[in-house]
Design a protein around this ligand. Sequence first.
Ligand code: ZN
Length: 149
Amino acid sequence: MKTYEKPVVIENEDLAEGVFAASGDSGSSSDCWTVSGRSVQDWNGSHNVFEMSAIHSTGVVHITTQVTFNYTFSTPVTDAYAEAGFSTTVSGNTVTVVRDLHANGYNSGDSVTFKLWVKAADEATTKAIALNSISYTCRHETNVQGGND
Ligand SMILES: [Zn+2]
């Protein structure tokens, strides 16, 4: 004996439009990463070594092509560099680290941890340097549906 199962039609048009709308904005935002940082070695012979972390919100859906982190320290920085090939520039007390992304995927839930070597005027100042604040800019682009590159 067979029982008749009514076919279920899944209407997903609204869902697809929702995804497109959420990812279709281009510009930048400063409310989508959770950022932190701390010194893991106050003197390595030349620099104070910081470990920086950033986690992208899972509640925001957009394609990120670049994120710029601005780390402001307690004293002027004379030299800084980051691992992983991120470009690093120094201006006064602030070190700017740029992470370029070439992914086509959504950035939701992305996370990154990297070390940042920071040097101040002398050994004592370098050892005492503290991370005062972090800001960032997340640049995102219009989604290209079906694009492959
Ligand atoms: Zn973002």
